[in-house]
Design a protein around this ligand. Structure first.
Ligand code: ZN
Ligand code: ZN
Length: 373
């Protein structure tokens, strides 16, 4: 591992976890609810630092309670302390109901996370757990807070992006050895882990030749060969935070059309990045990319949205697409990833992850966009 990366991994700055619950309380006040039952595990982690596979958080105007079970007694206590989360820990041996309802004593209107509660769970809450309460379907309350990354979160995402950058730099020469897509994907994953990633942030995409024409192709047994365009879309997780990047590599002479695809998509991606700024509609960033692709005559071959927010989840708010109603704000971290996919020639996609600033944006991903391997 490079010394610089190791140092950055070993000295990640603290995140403002305690401040998050205060911002959430303000949102609960706006929603006119006396409490929120947080069941989405990513949101549980965001509010408390707890990373276990089972846990519920109850937020009220004066309490933050993490409820989990005996498998996590020590881990939960350690993680709450490390995060500086102002939470009370409750360990339950069997069912959480008594503790959760106890934490909501005095509440009348309580929010559930509608996007994360199954139909069965909603019925259980309404009929068995809280028959006396008015349950309110809330949407995206914690997710909205998660959009604005604090300096500690940005530091993690920058290191995650640096890990992916370093892994690609290390493996570029390998592209000419004729590995299969699956072999190369495995090597990318292993290299990212060796460089300090906890894991890949999603299933790595290596799509060569005709397979590249499918935007979300899975790595196959096809061998990379001269004349291929190769789409590499991958990212690393560092302390829970994801990175996301796509580069398209041209193996030798790829032909006039493929060269033109590379030019068009690279120009579209640069136009999209140039459009990113606080106060701009996410849809305008999509339009900036789409305009360049459409001018080439390949508008129909750009068959997906331009990007998405990134953070604890690989896909989170805000969405960057033609129908997105989001307005970009300082601290948003979004991808800009236009592509052109032609069955006869393969695919080209170029993706950077950027953080929104008042004047524009700052890329977190830095790998060269030169298509030569
Ligand atoms: Zn990606
Ligand atoms: Zn992406």
């Amino acid at each position: 591992m490079s010394v610089a990366l190791a140092e950055r991994l070993g000295s990640l700055p603290a995140m403002d976890v305690a401040g998050r619950v205060e911002r959430l309380r303000a949102a609960l006040h706006d929603e006119a609810v006396d409490g929120l039952v947080v069941t989405c595990l990513t949101n549980v982690r965001y509010l408390t630092g707890f990373t276990g596979s089972a846990g519920v958080v109850v937020v009220t105007p004066d309490e933050l309670v993490l409820v989990t079970d005996g498998r996590y007694t020590d881990q939960a206590a350690d993680q709450l302390a490390a995060a500086g989360a102002p939470a009370r820990l409750e360990i339950t041996a069997t069912e959480q109901r008594a503790v959760v309802t106890g934490a909501l004593t005095g509440a009348r209107r309580v929010g559930l996370e509608a996007e994360h509660v199954s139909w069965a769970a909603q019925r259980r809450y309404a009929e068995e757990w809280f028959p006396e309460l008015e349950l309110v379907a809330t949407a995206g309350l914690v997710e909205k807070l998660r959009r604005a990354k604090d300096p500690g979160e940005l530091a993690r995402m920058e290191v995650a992006a640096a890990v992916a950058d370093a892994a690609l730099a290390e493996l570029r020469p390998r592209l000419l050895d004729g590995p299969t897509e699956a072999e190369l994907a495995l090597e990318l994953d292993a290299t990212m882990r060796r460089l300090g990633a906890t894991k890949p942030s999603f299933e790595t995409i290596v799509a060569s030749g005709p397979n590249g024409a499918r935007p979300h192709a899975r790595p196959s047994g096809r061998r990379l060969q001269r004349g291929d365009l190769v789409v590499l879309d991958f990212g690393a997780v560092v302390d829970g935070y994801c990175s996301d990047m796509t580069r398209t590599v041209a193996l030798g002479e790829v032909g006039e059309t493929a060269d033109r695809m590379l030019e068009v998509v690279t120009a579209a991606q640069a136009a999209g990045v140039a459009a990113v700024r606080a106060g701009v509609a996410a849809a305008a960033v999509d339009a900036a990319c789409r305009e360049v692709v459409a001018a080439s005559g390949w508008g129909d071959a750009f068959s997906h949205g331009t990007g998405h927010g990134v953070g604890l989840d690989i896909h989170e708010a805000p969405r960057v697409g033609a129908t997105s109603d989001a307005t970009l704000a300082v601290g948003d971290v979004v991808t800009v990833e236009p592509g052109v996919y032609l069955p006869a020639h393969g695919g080209v996609r170029v993706e950077d992850t950027v953080v929104v600033t008042p004047e524009g944006c700052r890329p977190l991903t830095h790998s060269t966009k030169d298509p030569a391997p």
